[in-house]
Design a protein around this ligand. Sequence first.
Ligand code: SF4
Ligand code: SF4
Length: 438
Amino acid sequence: MTLLLADIARAGGLLDAVEEASGQNVFACYQCGKCTAGCPFSLGPQQVVRLLQLGEVEAALAHMTTWDCASCLTCATACPKGVSPTLIHRALRTLHASPAAQNGHGGERTNGAALDAPYRAHARPLRTYLFTNIHRLSRLGSAMAPLSNWALRVPGANLVAHGLLGIHRARSLPAFVRRTFPEWFRDHTPLGDGRRGPVALFHDTFMDFNFPGTGIAVTELFEKAGFRVELADMVCCGRPMISKGLVARASVQAETNVTRLWARAREGVPIVGCEPSCLLTLRDEYPAMVPANLRDKARVVAGQTFLIDEFLAPLAAKGDLDLTFRDSASGGPSVLFHGHCHQKASAAPAKSVELLRLAGYRAHMVDASCCGMAGAYGYEKEHYEASRAAGERALFPILRAHPDAEIAVMGTSCRQQVEHFTGRRTRHVVELLRAAVD
Ligand code: SF4
Ligand code: SF4
């Protein structure tokens, strides 16, 4: 349930509401400081938690970390006590979001000036509308390509986006493809006999409308390995709404997806995806987001949900992958793999490296935290420099030190960030695996 801070303040129990909304016990924190030390954006999650421990909830709400947090989960991954400052920041923002914003109209709460000041500084209704409706707008963008791509890149468009939407002028949105991935899928001839049964592909927005090569590669990998691919019956996962604090809207997406997917999940059909932030929303967020009558179904869906490397690596370990790679003796091209933050937090990026090595690449994990993009965060003009600085902490220098290595990623935001700031080409893990299949 979404609560308004002022209403709860009147009723008392402000801290309880933050703990309930975040699912966190702030008193589990013993102030070790690891979260703050590791934050790629140089924020102070430890301080926010401390303020809550002191009962100073309004000060926690007013703290810049609450509003500038990129939700990269690095602090949650680092915390030795299992506290997630990420979820605490999100709960604070959500508790303060207006009913209009929750309904997707981008409205803004205007009473309670002291509490509203930080919210006003970050509220950009048009930008929020753009990012939280990215699936719908991308569908339109693809239908209108190449006109839409021209419009995005016409001289001056970036300045309009900067001034009107708050999207940094140096950024550009990924181009739309005219022929979407679902259209390719509908028309393609399967490469295998499907003898090993179905997998449901959770085809994210970027796969559908911007990077169909990822979808084609994973489809062909599955088919060559003997699986029958079906496109999951789904809507946008809701992650864009969650990251903007519009949890009520995201819950509608969660209900729809759980309702549509659970029957296939109950039959044992794996639901597999390539975009960590989207796919892991099903597993990590849905069981707590849906109404009580859907919780069991949400758990069934979560139990059948896998990132592509989580699905393929165990098969490879059992010798049951059934793919022949061209050069399985190591000595192939050098690859640096950068794991996605959500993958690091609740999956296993090492599995991507295992698969790349199996496919003959000399693959290594990049020892770096967030790339700095964190969804749409790095696009926001007020966060652009922080986004660059986060990448420069470790990731970009490592990539520059290896100019001849291929760069493998799992997430679209990592892809956009690396290409923007280093000028290097990136490829999704499945594209490299597909390229190596005999
Ligand atoms: S890492 Fe965990 S225990 Fe340490 S200060 Fe941060 S929230 Fe508290
Ligand atoms: S989620 Fe990321 S950006 Fe936010 S406080 Fe934690 S480490 Fe920093």
